[in-house]
Ligand binder design. Sequence first.
Ligand code: NDP
Length: 389
Amino acid sequence: MAKVLCVLYDDPVDGYPTSYARDSLPPIERYPNGQTTPTPSGIDFTPGHLLGSVSGELGLRRFLEERGHTLVVTSDKDGDGSEFDRELVDADVVISQPFWPAYLTAERIAKAEKLKLAITAGIGSDHVDLDAAIEHGVTVAEVTYCNSISVAEHVVMMTLSLVRNYLPSYRTVLDGGWNIADCVARSYDLEAMHVGTVAAGRIGLAVLRRLAPFDVALHYTDRHRLPEHVEDELQLTFHESAADMVPHCDVVTINAPLHPETEGLFDDELIGRMRRGAYLINTARAKICDRDAIGRALRDGRLAGYAGDVWFPQPAPADHPWRTVPHHGMTPHISGSSLSAQARYAAGTREILESWLGGTPIRDEYLIVDQGGLAGTGAHSYSTASGGR
Ligand code: NDP
C-alpha cells in the first residue's frame, strides 16, 4: 500500500467555502490540440469547488483510502522540521503544486528512500530537481494542458491592465478620487502594438491566438518553429532568439519552462535591448527574470510595466522587492489555479495515480521524467543541468 504525501496551499483565511459564486463549470472535453481532458475512472469531488487548498485534498481521500492507501495532506512545507520533511521520509508519492511548491531538492530526494513518483498537480515541475529524480529513479509527471488556457487568459488580462493602466485607475476609485488625468497619463491602446512571446507552446500559442483579434503585430521565438499554416494564419514573425525578438516588441510575454536554458534569461543585458516603455509579462517562472534587473528597469523607465504571478521563493516574503517596485501588476501565483483549472488538475492527478497504482502506463503527455531520463513532454520541453533533453 502506498503512502501519498500531498502538499497544498492553505484554506481561505475565513475558512473553507460553504457556497460558491457560480453553480457549475462549462464542460470541456478536449484541449485545443485535440488532447482529451483528464479521464480518471471517476471523481469524488464537485467540479467548481475549491480543491487546491488543504481541505479540498484534490478530492483524493476517498479514492485512496478505499483502496487501502494512506493520504497525508499538509501546507507545512518549508523550514527545518516541516511536516513535509517529516512525512517525506517514508512517502511513496509526493503531490505538489507550483502555486505552493514543495521544493523536492536533491537533498530531500536522497532522504526519501521510498519515493517513486512526484506528481505536479498543475504544470511546471521545476520545483523538483530533475537530475536528482533521474538519478534516483523517481518518475515525475504533471497534468499537461490542465491550466494552459487559464494562464493564457491571465496573460491577456495582465497585458491589457498594464497597457491601459487599469490597476492605478481602479485604485483611484477605491480611494474616492476622480482625477482622470492621473489615470490616463500612463494609459495607451494595445491596438497596433507589437507583442512577442518567448516560447509558443500550449500557453504561448494560446496567448497569440487570444491577442490576434486586438489587431496587434505578433512575434515569437521558440526552440521549434510552429507549422507554417499557423504562422500564416496569425501572421507571426519568428525570431531565432529572445535577444533578436525583444527590440521589435512593445509587449513581451514569457511562456517557457524554467530550466538551465531559460534561468536568468531576462537580465540587464536582455532588458536593455527592449524598447523603452515596453511591458513585460511573466507568468512562466520568476527565475527566468533577474529579480533586481526588473526593479532597475521599472525605475529607469526601460520597462513601463511588469506583471505576472510567479515569484521566488513561494510564498514570496513580505519584503520581496517586486511587491513595491513601481508600475507592477503582480498577483500571487493564481493564474493556473482558477476553480475551472482545479477541477482539471485534480482529475488529472487522480488519473496519474490510477495509472501508477494500477501498473498501467501514465499518459506520455503527462511524463516529465521516467525510467532514468527525461520522457514524454519533459523530453520535448525541458533540459537538465547534466545536459539531457
Ligand atoms: P509547453 O511545454 O506547451 O510549452 C513550452 C514551450 O517552451 C515549448 O514550445 C518549448 O519549446 C519552449 N521552450 C523551452 N525552452 C525554450 C527556450 N530556451 N527558448 C524558447 N522556447 C523554449 O508548456 P506550457 O505552455 O503549457 O507551459 C509553459 C510554462 O508555463 C510551464 O513550464 C510553467 O513553467 C508555466 N506555467 C505557469 C503556470 C502558472 O500558474 N503561472 C501554470 C502552467 C504553466 P519546444 O517544445 O518547441 O522545444
